[in-house]
Design a protein around this ligand. Structure first.
Ligand code: NAP
Length: 254
């Protein structure tokens, strides 16, 4: 029987995937048959993470480039397409967080958050999208957040950037669907990673979070793999412009 979720023969690029959620996602895609391309700001970390996957028997490659740098993106996407193959699946995962009250938020930190979380998603869609349109197929998955919908103290620029990711997803869907490119978004709830390590270790915050989340706990990065494989595979060929919240029910609860 044809396996709708099979990713054999597909090339998947995941940005910021030498650690955290991105690293778990590349492994999940590789387990479902994809050839995976790991990206990190440094070539060394990208290649070393790829080596770890190859040692497990998966086909994996590492490319170091900064997702905020257009020239580096153009060169790297061309290089990946030539050396590994045309990119069928792009996951825009790289992201950063900065925390200050809005009235004291340094302008330079605002710029950093918007550059990585928002502008880089646009740049990546633009460059990889050109190849996908030419090839007549593609899956783009942007990583949003609970803050694509909800505000929270001290992280307003992050929320602004993740709200924009939701609308970048819809806009790109409208423009690229006619070329058989699907653009969707995964919005994780609170997931245990290096980005959230301080919050995980903050007992007061953790207690508040568990109370606020119907599932009553933090999420694990591995719990995002199902949504990623679904949106990367033929199972979702007529699903376009959506945001899937993987959040233990948080968005559903008052
Ligand atoms: P993480 O552990 O900090 O990983 C983020 C990765 O992005 C790091 O490997 C980082 O590399 C990379 N990165 C940052 N800037 C980059 C750039 N300019 N170019 C290339 N790579 C860059 O964070 P995470 O928790 O896995 O988060 C991954 C994504 O999920 C982010 O978009 C985040 O906003 C989103 N998210 C996370 C949660 C959560 O609870 N953890 C919830 C909702 C959404 P360096 O280490 O070299 O900076």
């Amino acid at each position: 029987m044809n396996n709708l979720f099979d990713l054999k023969g597909k090339v998947a690029l995941v940005t910021g995937s030498a650690q955290g959620i991105g690293n778990v996602l590349v492994k999940g895609l590789a387990e479902h048959g994809a050839t995976v391309v790991i990206n990190d700001r440094t070539e060394e970390r990208a290649k070393s993470a790829a080596l770890q996957l190859r040692e497990l028997g998966y086909e994996a490659y590492g490319y170091g480039f900064d997702v905020t740098c257009k020239d580096a993106i153009v060169d790297s996407v061309a290089q990946i397409s030539k050396e590994v193959g045309p990119i069928d699946i792009l996951i825009n995962n790289a992201g950063i967080q900065r925390r200050f009250p809005i009235l004291e938020f340094p302008e330079s930190d605002w710029d950093d958050v918007i550059e990585v979380n928002q502008k880089a998603v646009f740049l990546m869609i633009q460059e990889v999208g050109k190849y996908m349109v030419k090839n007549g197929r593609g899956k783009i998955i942007n990583i949003g957040s609970m803050q694509s919908e909800l505000g929270r103290d001290t992280i307003t620029p992050y929320a602004a950037s993740k709200g924009a990711v939701k609308m970048l997803t819809r806009g790109a869907c409208v423009e690229l669907a006619r070329y058989n490119v699907q653009v969707n978004c995964i919005c994780p709830g609170y997931i245990k990673t290096e980005l959230t390590e301080k919050l995980v270790n903050d007992h007061e915050f953790s207690a508040w979070l568990c109370n606020r989340t119907p599932a009553n706990r933090w999420g694990e990065p591995s719990e995002l793999v199902g949504a990623a494989v679904y949106l990367a595979s033929d199972a979702s060929n007529f699903v376009n412009g959506h945001a899937i919240f993987v959040d233990g029910g948080m968005l559903a609860a008052v």
